[in-house]
Design a protein around this ligand. Sequence first.
Ligand code: FES
Ligand SMILES: [Fe+2]
Length: 348
Amino acid sequence: MYPLKVEQPYPRNQWWVAAYGNEVGRSLLMREMLGERVLLYRTEAGDAVALGAVCPHRAFPLELGRLVGDSVQCGYHGFTFGADGTCQRVPSQSGVPQKSALRRYPVIETGGLVWVWTGNAEAADQRMLPDLGAIGLGCADWAVEQHAPVTIAARYTLLIENLLDLSHVTFIHATTIPGGEQVASIPVKVEESEAAITVVRRGENLPANSLIRSQFPDQEGPVHQHFDAQYLSPALIRTRGAMSDALTGRTLGTQNYIHLITPVSPTLVRYFVNTARDFATDNPALGAMQIAMGARIQPEDIAAIEAIETVLQSGATLPTEISARVDNGALKVRRRLEAQIRKELCPS
Ligand code: FES
Ligand SMILES: [Fe+2]
């Protein structure tokens, strides 16, 4: 499925963000992920649980049922399922039918996020979760803002490609990102490791614009600033990075934008953005500023990728795709993602 040359649109053996931790509580929440309906709630002990959200009796949506202790009772005929998915009770008879369990999804809650593994439960591999502490999530010495999640009418790969080519900042965000007009002309290089593919873009001797001055009020001289885009998994891309004083080399701080990407279906994606900084962590005005900026910037990206999705779904003949040097990172990510899906389809 464009732009990938594999049949399956997304890898299933993967941790994806289902919800922010504070969205999951003692009521039933349904989230659609990779074309599946997933039911989320917390046990009385506070552990997040993810189960199949469709009753195997007559397909009633279980989010319309209720919690009884740690169990879910279907709202239609009262079949009751434990937090491990097993059917515990059928009110109209003494035993329970065979094969009546709900699917149980492995869950990890970390960095303020509820991650759900959508592949075989036996293959769930905690090591496939990126190092969230390295980018500021779940760390006491970083300030983190969780921006409101949105659903975008586009395939998730369009969002990944949007984030990996930040030269779009100069055009799409010309009026909403201070200093954005320089980004496209800054040369890029791609760094590749097992854990990440990083498009490194280092702006040098940039004038301290209004955004820098609000973050570092004492900064008058020019700055060096990273505009990196780092692919850590199909579910997580980090952009931005470190800033330093251009005259002395003194570190000013790091501002990360953490993009959490969850396919809802082949042509819908749920998008959670977190911002994290390791400076002025006790200044809530900076957090409020990031949320307000996000509300102005994000619709510009959404409009662009939804417009591309409309073209792709129109059935129109597409021109032969051309790529520029700036696309090296995005092309490497395509190959890595295709390889991940192929490995899942044909494990050897
Ligand atoms: S549909 Fe759930 S118990 Fe009948
Ligand atoms: Fe953007």
